[in-house]
Design a protein around this ligand. Structure first.
Ligand code: FES
Length: 76
């Protein structure tokens, strides 16, 4: 089954699969307590590589849509 990584507007990368493991540079898996997995895209999380919601407080802005001109479409 294909895995979808959803880029949240002004937020994290959300991996929509229960079959994903996030490993560090040594190949050791991070414990995951919540699904779907949200990976920090803003660089400000205190729980990297995971998103901790800090992006909302820092005003992180990155709303590039896959199709130019469709950036006003709300995320489901
Ligand atoms: S994207 Fe959420 S804290 Fe960085």
């Amino acid at each position: 089954m294909p895995i979808t990584i959803r880029v949240r507007r002004n937020g994290p990368y959300v991996i929509e699969s229960d079959e994903v493991t996030v490993v560090d540079w040594n190949g050791v898996a991070y414990p995951v307590s919540r699904r779907p997995i949200a990976l920090c895209r803003c660089g400000a999380s205190s729980t990297k590589p995971f998103c901790d919601g800090t992006h909302a407080r820092t005003g992180f802005a990155a709303a590039e849509a896959a199709v130019p001109g469709s950036e006003d479409k709300p995320a489901p």
